[in-house]
Design a protein around this ligand. Structure first.
Ligand SMILES: Nc1nc2c(c(=O)[nH]1)N[C@H]1C(S)=C(S)[C@@H](COP(=O)(O)OP(=O)(O)OC[C@H]3O[C@@H](n4cnc5c(=O)[nH]c(N)nc54)[C@H](O)[C@@H]3O)O[C@H]1N2
Ligand SMILES: Nc1nc2c(c(=O)[nH]1)N[C@H]1C(S)=C(S)[C@@H](COP(=O)(O)OP(=O)(O)OC[C@H]3O[C@@H](n4cnc5c(=O)[nH]c(N)nc54)[C@H](O)[C@@H]3O)O[C@H]1N2
Ligand code: SF4
Ligand SMILES: [Mo]
Length: 851
């Protein structure tokens, strides 16, 4: 099967061409391999069982090939192949991806990581008890028995008084099923508190924005679909550094003739290789999207049919209370309040957002132009069939209630964003705004890939929500080569006829007796300091460099940590956070323990490729030891390997061809038998919106109280344009995720220090000259919360008025201080009402002076 109906024929990358043809593996396998057409007309293949990984070379004499998944929180989750010699990992390469030839990926971080992880001076080798002040770094070695006894004694005292006063805080250090979930699962077994991490982590704005309009927090076109695009806008996403496995598809799309535009305040790595970099003032992306919509609608170029069929555009909105008009049995009913629903959950364990008030109290209503009457909102098929014709615009009175369409509200919201005003807010020439709008709508199709860079702001749902709405207005949602995508799109699994059992055997793992008390992470500081909503008398930190990666580190050190009675940190490394803990326990890394990653359509496995360093243990082993002393050992009676065997031990057809020795032990990856290794686009045929209305929902009823029912642009929390703060601290300070590390995990890595051995402050020459600063000077960056001393990198690759550093660097590398001293934790009422505040890490004002 070929993609001749698209313009993709010209120069597809080799692996793309191979999709749907007889690959080597399919040839070997023969009858088991089938091909079916995907929605894109791309060929797809069923990898079936994994044959011996075809592209990997055999191990040399005296060497053993091992496999792992890189489980750091980088979006790629690469399959790695390692080489062990004399019990040591000596080499790491990309591992094969069964069913998707040419997709293997790895990076310098994971390749050089083995140097650091086998360095006993870098690792926490033994359980350690603090002997000096918190933060002093003075610890003594103790035995595992001593450590667990001491922790259990403290924990049992807290549990006896109030189980919810014990907190288990797991961030993203290891995304493996066992490592990631063990601490929070333990919290459930004892009825303690855990935290819905995505808010404080600063990724929740994307989830909220996506959930508002699509009803679900993720959703992306497979990046191979950009071969169908004529234009690709990469918006606040530095994919060249932050999602390397995807980058090849952008390059292929570009070679294939698609224009690639990057919107970013910095000429990031992705901008450097794009056709055009559109520099934008940070925190202004919703204004740009509103301006583009205004131009598109103003020129009557919006996708009217799609808006009417697939979005809430024709839905009637009551003029009196701003709610959707609802009818029961043909009569208008009053707006109900208070109904809410749980979302499927954000990155951690938790519900991401709730639904709209009164969602179930009647039928939504449109105005039918054929009959001149208000009728229940029809589905897309009825509209396409011509039996009803919803009005896109207009004011109507229904049963005495004055209404307007949701689309008219959107038009009103866009109207102030003239080219001039948009250009002024965003710092972009109005002609460029106009050209961008024109190119976007004329591309037919144009895809947008959104990144977290634009949503670490106050009112953080606005960027994703508004940009996605722009894509809907342009008619690009659900269209090959289009979309407004967030996170990695992947191949899928096909429904197995007549089979309803679960793919994985997670039942025992999910059976925890009690339940954890799940609290929004935006509340973690107030919990510690003012016991709102729960006290924190005992804190278990795992998978988290809490101080280094959460906002306002001085506040954490001076207010939050002193308010917590007892802190345990479980980590492979001596982090900033570990140094502020009372007991530090040595965790082992993904090369040293068993684990599973469900990266559908692949099941990927970790297993001890080398002996754990020192006395380090896996998180499951550690929780199991603690369980014995806290009365919940019945939930923790399996070894790591036994858990994994149970997870994959169901009779689901996914495992038809599964062979433990071959797929887990030898290859570390299994291409599921129920999988389609195809390219996917989301919301094809206008189907699949998971909102209450079942449509693309740009009108959010629960935000009426905040005047944000339709997409808006709100000024930043720390506004550089005016006010006292701006006078004192005139520069916007943003961060970005770095090619040299994934958060704090590859820091202190000798091989990477060769590339760059200190963090740098990017600054435009205009700002540097105004302050008498030269390239390479040491400067002090400050605001009221703290400061850092750092060397300056003067570059035209960042807009004037904004400075930037990579996040993730630890205090060891700063001349003084750390970037996290400058960030803040400010509660946003609208976000708390919808779900929870997202850390506005990139909504920060500073001043820079020569040190
Ligand atoms: N190498 C590496 N890869 C990673 C990670 C890592 O630490 N290292 N972390 C992973 C994780 S957890 C995440 S969440 C993702 C994040 O990855 P991305 O989504 O790429 O996010 P960032 O790197 O934060 O920012 C992307 C770009 O947005 C720009 N930016 C900043 N503010 C604004 C703004 O207001 N508007 C616009 N348009 N652009 C802005 C920044 O300059 C940056 O170049 O990366 C993942 N991948
Ligand atoms: N200022 C600012 N702050 C940010 C960001 C930003 O852009 N700017 N980005 C934010 C984002 S998007 C994210 S996702 C977060 C990430 O924040 P974190 O998840 O805290 O980041 P990591 O550095 O990966 O820290 C995880 C810790 O887990 C440890 N670890 C690794 N493997 C294991 C294991 O198997 N078991 C245990 N117990 N521990 C292990 C690591 O050594 C590390 O210390 O940071 C957020 N913080
Ligand atoms: S750090 Fe990211 S890109 Fe590198 S190997 Fe790990 S998952 Fe892949
Ligand atoms: Mo993240």
């Amino acid at each position: 099967m070929k993609t001749t109906e698209t313009h993709a024929g010209a120069c597809e990358p080799e692996y793309f061409m191979r999709d749907g043809k007889l690959t080597r593996r399919m040839f070997i396998k023969g009858v088991g391999a089938i091909t079916v057409a995907s929605a894109l007309g791309f060929g797809v293949e069923n990898a079936g069982a994994s044959e011996a990984l075809a592209d990997e070379a055999p191990a040399a004499a005296g060497e053993k090939a091992v496999h792992a998944v890189c489980t750091v929180n980088c979006t790629s989750r690469c399959h790695l192949r390692g080489t062990v010699r004399d019990g040591k990992l000596v080499r790491v390469e990309p591992g094969d991806m069964p069913g998707r030839p040419g997709y293997a990926n790895a990076c310098l971080r994971s390749m050089s990581y083995i140097q650091r992880l086998q360095d006993e001076n870098a690792r926490v080798m033994y359980p350690m008890r603090r002997t000096g002040e918190r933060g002093s770094g003075e610890f003594e070695r103790i035995t595992w028995d001593e450590a667990i006894d001491e922790i259990a004694e403290k924990l049992n005292t807290v549990l006896a008084k109030d189980p919810q006063a014990a907190s288990f805080y797991s961030f993203t250090g290891d995304l493996g099923k066992l490592s990631w979930e063990a601490p929070t699962r333990y919290a459930a077994t004892v009825g303690a508190t855990t935290w819905d991490i995505e808010g404080i982590m600063g990724d929740h704005g994307a989830s909220m924005g996506m959930t508002m309009v699509f009803g679900t927090h993720r959703g992306a076109h497979d990046s191979r679909d950009y071969l169908n695009s004529k234009l690709l806008i990469v918006w606040g996403r530095n994919v060249a550094d932050t999602h390397t496995s995807e980058l090849r598809d952008y390059v292929a799309a570009r070679k294939n003739g698609a224009k690639v535009i990057v919107i970013d305040p910095r000429q990031c790595s992705t901008a450097a290789m794009a056709d055009e970099w559109i520099p934008i003032k940070p925190q202004t992306d919703p204004a740009l999207a509103l301006g583009m919509m205004n131009w598109i609608i103003g020129n009557d170029l919006h996708a009217k049919d799609k808006l009417v069929e697939e979005s809430v555009a024709p839905y009637l909105i009551r003029e009196d209370d701003g709610a959707y008009l609802r009818m029961v049995d043909g009569a208008v009913v009053a707006t109900a309040t208070g109904a809410s629903k749980a979302d499927e959950g954000s990155i951690g364990t938790a519900p991401a957002a709730q639904g709209e008030a009164g969602a179930d109290a009647g039928t939504f209503v449109i105005w039918d132009e054929l009959t001149g009457a208000a009728v229940p909102a029809p589905d897309a098929a009825a509209i396409k069939g011509g039996s009803v014709k919803p009005a896109l615009s207009g004011s109507f009175t229904v049963d005495g209630v004055a209404c307007r369409t949701a689309f008219d509200h959107l038009v009103d919201a866009c109207a102030p964003y003239t080219l001039e005003r948009t250009g002024e807010i965003c710092g972009i020439d109005p002609d460029v705004v106009e050209r961008l709008s024109r190119e976007y709508i004329e591309a037919q199709p144009a895809g947008i890939r959104m990144g977290q860079g634009m949503q670490r702001v106050y009112h953080s749902y606005a960027p994703f929500r508004t940009v996605a709405t722009l894509a809907m207005v342009a008619g690009y949602i659900g269209v090959p080569g289009g979309g407004a995508s967030h996170a990695g799109g992947t191949a899928t699994n096909k429904p197995v006829a007549g089979y309803t059992g679960p793919v994985y055997g997670f039942a025992d793992w999910s059976d925890t007796g009690k339940k954890a008390n799940l609290v929004p992470s935006s509340k973690v500081y107030s919990a510690a300091v003012s016991h709102d909503p729960v006290p924190i008398d005992f804190l278990w930190i795992a998978n988290s460099n809490f101080i280094n990666m959460s906002p306002d580190s001085n506040r954490i050190i001076n207010e939050v940590i002193p308010a917590i009675g007892f802190i345990v940190t479980v980590d492979p490394w001596w982090t900033w956070t570990a140094k502020y803990s009372d007991i530090v326990l040595p965790a082992c890394t993904y090369w040293e323990h068993w684990d599973l990653i469900d990266r559908s359509p692949w099941a990927m496995f970790n297993q001890p490729a080398i002996e754990p360093m020192g006395e380090s243990k896996s998180d499951v082993e550690i929780m199991s030891l603690l369980a014995k002393k806290t009365g919940v050992e019945q939930y923790w009676d399996k070894t790591d390997e036994e858990w994994i065997r149970q997870f994959v031990g169901t009779d689901h057809p996914a495992w038809d061809d599964f062979d433990w020795d071959r797929d887990v032990v030898e290859q570390g990856i299994y291409g599921r038998s129920d999988a389609l290794y195809d390219s996917a686009i989301v919301y094809a045929d206008g189907a699949g919106y998971k909102t209450d209305t079942g449509k693309f929902e740009f009108y959010t009823e629960s935000l009426v109280a905040f005047d944000e029912e339709v997409p808006t642009w709100q000024p930043p929390c720390e506004d550089p344009r005016e006010g006292e703060l701006a006078a004192k601290y005139p520069l916007v300070y943003i961060q970005y995720h770095d090619r040299l590390n994934v958060h704090t995990q590859h820091i202190l890595n000798p091989a990477l220090e060769v590339v760059q051995d200190e963090p740098l402050l990017q600054m435009n020459p205009v700002d540097a000259e105004a302050r008498g600063i030269a390239h390479g000077d040491v400067v002090r960056v400050l605001n009221d919360r703290g400061d850092m001393k750092i060397r300056v990198f003067v570059t035209e690759g960042i807009i004037p008025g904004t400075v930037a550093t990579q996040s993730g660097w630890t205090p060891d590398y700063f001349i003084e201080g750390c970037y996290q001293n400058l960030t803040h934790h400010t509660i946003c009422d609208a976000e708390e009402a919808y779900s929870m505040t997202n850390s506005a890490f990139y909504d920060v004002l500073v001043e820079v002076e020569k040190a």
